[in-house]
Design a protein around this ligand. Structure first.
Ligand code: HEM
Length: 233
């Protein structure tokens, strides 16, 4: 009979639990007896899982920048596409919180969150500068190819590889704006738009973030391209 028990170090009865570190992970959740409301479990899991994914995006974005620098533009585009899918997932997942009754959230908000605010999310704040991190590498890649953004947009097939990266950057940017918009709608639905957050910030301020692209130059160039095309009638 072959030995089929766990061989990895760690806590848990199986290698699955030891590798994923399930016991440690679940210990991070507030005990049921200490929850301020049964809905608090969802609220905490939602934020914990979001932090894991945000942290992962940060990791992948460093790789994207490295790959562009190494001339591996295709690989960079694929990885940025992955980041976009993660942002889409985060957008999908926060909608689950809309199943929570606002009155139930107020129990959690007024007894358990201290002065905590999403603004303090380290994961979110790390990826707010994705534009600033990726852009210099992208500009260098264009310089290496002796081209400009407008030229790439004019002739996407001629510049196939780098055009794919431009599209991946726009996809990511759009996904991030969509997350911010969906989160704003969630906040308005649960606490309203005419209130102050636990940090004293007007909730309505979330609106500004839904209008701040990470790669503004990409969007400006689309307008420039359109301006070059005149109707013939
Ligand atoms: C009951 C659900 C939620 C409500 C009512 C809510 C409310 C708010 C409000 C009012 C703000 C702006 C003011 C401030 O930060 O203090 C904010 C910001 C933020 N929240 Fe939430 N939030 C909720 C769920 C979430 C979830 C699940 C996440 C997941 C990570 C999240 C992440 C953030 C982030 C990253 C910010 C800063 C956003 C920005 O600067 O654009 N929030 N939230």
């Amino acid at each position: 009979m072959p030995h089929i028990g766990p061989i990895l170090e760690g806590r848990g009865d199986s290698d699955y639990e030891r590798y994923v570190r399930v016991p440690e992970l679940l210990e991070l959740q507030k005990e049921i007896a200490k929850l301020s409301h049964p809905e608090e479990r969802l609220f905490q899991v939602m934020h914990q899982s979001a932090e894991l994914w945000l942290h992962h995006i940060d990791y992948e974005v460093d790789r994207v920048v490295e790959l562009i620098g190494a001339g591996k533009v295709d690989d960079a585009s694929s990885l940025l596409h992955r980041c976009r899918l993660i942002v889409d997932l985060l957008r999908e997942q926060i909608i689950i919180l809309e199943t929570m009754a606002p009155a139930d959230y107020h129990v959690i908000r007024t007894t358990s969150l201290g002065r905590g605010s999403g603004q303090e999310s380290p994961g979110f704040n790390r990826i707010l500068d994705v534009g600033k991190r990726v852009w210099p590498a992208f500009e260098e890649a264009m310089a290496r190819k002796g081209t400009t953004l407008l030229e790439i947009e004019r002739n996407p097939r001629e510049h196939h590889e780098i055009f794919r990266l431009v599209q991946a950057m726009m996809d990511y940017d759009e996904a991030f704006l969509n997350w911010r918009f969906t989160h704003m709608r969630l906040a308005f639905r649960i606490i309203g738009s005419k209130v102050l957050s636990l940090k004293g910030v007007p909730a309505a301020q979330l609106d500004a973030g839904t209008r701040e692209p990470l790669f503004p130059k990409l969007w400006e160039t689309i307008s420039e391209l359109t301006a070059e095309f005149k109707p013939e009638y």
